[in-house]
Ligand binder design. Structure first.
Ligand code: GLU
Length: 393
C-alpha cells in the first residue's frame, strides 16, 4: 500500500505552528498491531513526529475514567460539528463545545484531567499515553514552544469556553497543558499500539496492561467514528469505516475493534488537515481488504458443532463466541426440536467446553430458555469446565 502511494506529493505541511513546517515532507510509514500483540511495520514506521490531535481521544478517555460519561458531558458534547478542527464552535444553548475532537472540546477536556498544577496534569497525560503506547513518550519542546507562542486562536476558543462556563481552569493553564500534550512525540508504531489498545477493549495488546475499561473504550471509539477526521468524518465513515483520528503532525490512528490498530505517518496535509497519503493508504486498505466496520460478515458461523440423540441423552455441542445471533440460533434449535419424538423424553446436555465467550444478552436469553425447559419437566445439564458459560461474558 505504501508503494502505491509513495509518489503522491500532494498537500502541504502544516505551518500555522511554525515548527511543524520543518519536518521532512517525504517520510511515509505505517504499522499495524493485531489484538494478539503482533506488530507489522513498513517504511518510516519509527520516525518520530508530534501526536497533535491524535492525543484528543486518549485524553478524552482519561477524563472519562476520572469523571464518568455524565461528568464529562456537562463540559463537552458528542455531536459531529461538521466544521474545521479550529472552528469557533460552541453549542448555542449549553455553551459546550460540540465534541472532544475539535480544538475547543479538546482544550476543555484536557482541563478536566486532575492534578494540582499544569506540570502534574501534563505528567498524568504523558504517563497515560505512554501506557497506551507501551513505552515512555517524551515531548518535542520546540513544537510545544512554537505552538505556545502562536496559539492565539486556541486561546480564543478557551476564552469562549470559559465565558460559557464549561471550562474548569484558567485559559493559560488549560492551553499550556493542551499545547504540550499535542507536542508529545510518537511514531507510526506507537500510534498502531495506541490504536491497538482501543481495538483490544482497552488492553495494550503488546504489554497486556489493562489501560481502560471496555465501556470507556467504546465511548471513545464512537466519537472517533463520528468526529475523528475533522470535517471529513462523514466521507471517511463511508469510504473507510473505521474509528480514526488524525493530527496536523501528519499522523493517523485507525482502529478495527476486536482485530487491529493501524498507525500511519505522512506529514503533507490536505485542506482539511488530514494526511494526504495517510488517507489514501487507508482508503486503499479499506477497498482491497474490506475492513469497514459495518461490512456484512460473510461466513455464517454456526455455534452448534454437533447435535445428536443417543439413548436418552440429547447432546448439543457449542463452540466459539456466543453473541446475540448465535444464542438465537441455539435457542431456535433447542426449542424447535423440543417435541421431536426421539428427543421428547431425552435429557438435554449442552456441552459448552468449546465456548470462548458468552455475551451478556446471549447469556440472559439462554438462561431464561433453560429455566423454562426445566420448568416444563426436561432435565437440562450444562457441562461448563472452564466456567465461561457461568460468567456473564
Ligand atoms: N495542536 C494543534 C492545534 O490545536 C492540533 C490540531 C490538530 O492536530 O488537528 O491547532
Amino acid at each position: 500500500v505504501l508503494a502505491q502511494h509513495r509518489g503522491d506529493a500532494d498537500g502541504a505541511l502544516a505551518d500555522y505552528i511554525p515548527e511543524l513546517a520543518s519536518v521532512d515532507p517525504d517520510r511515509f510509514g505505517a504499522a499495524l498491531v493485531s489484538v494478539h500483540g503482533r506488530l507489522y511495520t513498513a517504511g518510516d514506521a519509527s520516525t518520530p513526529f508530534t501526536i497533535q490531535s491524535i492525543s484528543k481521544p486518549f485524553v478524552y478517555a482519561l477524563a472519562l475514567a476520572e469523571h464518568g460519561l455524565e461528568g464529562v458531558a456537562r463540559h463537552v458534547g458528542f455531536e459531529p460539528s461538521g466544521e474545521p478542527f479550529n472552528a469557533i464552535s460552541l453549542d448555542p444553548e449549553s455553551g459546550r463545545p460540540e465534541n472532544p475532537m475539535i480544538n475547543a472540546g479538546a482544550i476543555v477536556t484536557s482541563a478536566l484531567v486532575s492534578g494540582s498544577g499544569p506540570d502534574e496534569r501534563f505528567e498524568r497525560i504523558r504517563a497515560f499515553l505512554s501506557v497506551c503506547a507501551g513505552r515512555e513518550l517524551d515531548v518535542d519542546e520546540d513544537v510545544w514552544h512554537s505552538e505556545s507562542v502562536t496559539g492565539h486562536r486556541n486561546r480564543a476558543l478557551a476564552n469562549l469556553a470559559l465565558a460559557a462556563g464549561v471550562m474548569t481552569r484558567s485559559v493559560d493553564d488549560a492551553c499550556e497543558v493542551y499545547f504540550r500534550q499535542c507536542a508529545i512525540r510518537v511514531t507510526a508504531t506507537d500510534l498502531a499500539i495506541m490504536a491497538g489498545t482501543l481495538a483490544d477493549g482497552g488492553v495494550n495488546p503488546c504489554t497486556g496492561v489493562a489501560v481502560l475499561d471496555e465501556e470507556i473504550t467504546r465511548h471513545v471509539l464512537s466519537i472517533m467514528l463520528s468526529c475523528g477526521m475533522y470535517d471529513e468524518s462523514g466521507e471517511w465513515a463511508v469510504r473507510v469505516g473505521l474509528p480514526a483520528k488524525s493530527g496536523v503532525g501528519g499522523g493517523i490512528a485507525a482502529v478495527r475493534p476486536g482485530q487491529f490498530g493501524i498507525g500511519i505517518y505522512s506529514p503533507r496535509l490536505d485542506e482539511k488537515g488530514n494526511s494526504v497519503r495517510g488517507v489514501a493508504a487507508l482508503r486503499s486498505l479499506a477497498a482491497d481488504y474490506d475492513i469497514h466496520l459495518l461490512s456484512q460478515p460473510r461466513v455464517p458461523r454456526s455455534p452448534i458443532v454437533h447435535s445428536s440423540v443417543e439413548g436418552d441423552r440429547w447432546t448439543v455441542v457449542l463452540r466459539g463466541e456466543i453473541d446475540f445471533i448465535s444464542a438465537e440460533e441455539i435457542i431456535a434449535h433447542i426449542v424447535g426440536h423440543h417435541d421431536d419424538p426421539d428427543r421428547r423424553d431425552a435429557e438435554l446436555w449442552l456441552d459448552t467446553a468449546g465456548v470462548t465467550r458468552v455475551w451478556p444478552e446471549a447469556l440472559r436469553a439462554l438462561t431464561a430458555v433453560v429455566a423454562r425447559l426445566r420448568e416444563s419437566g426436561r432435565t437440562v445439564a450444562i457441562t461448563d469446565p472452564s466456567g465461561t458459560f457461568g460468567r456473564d461474558r
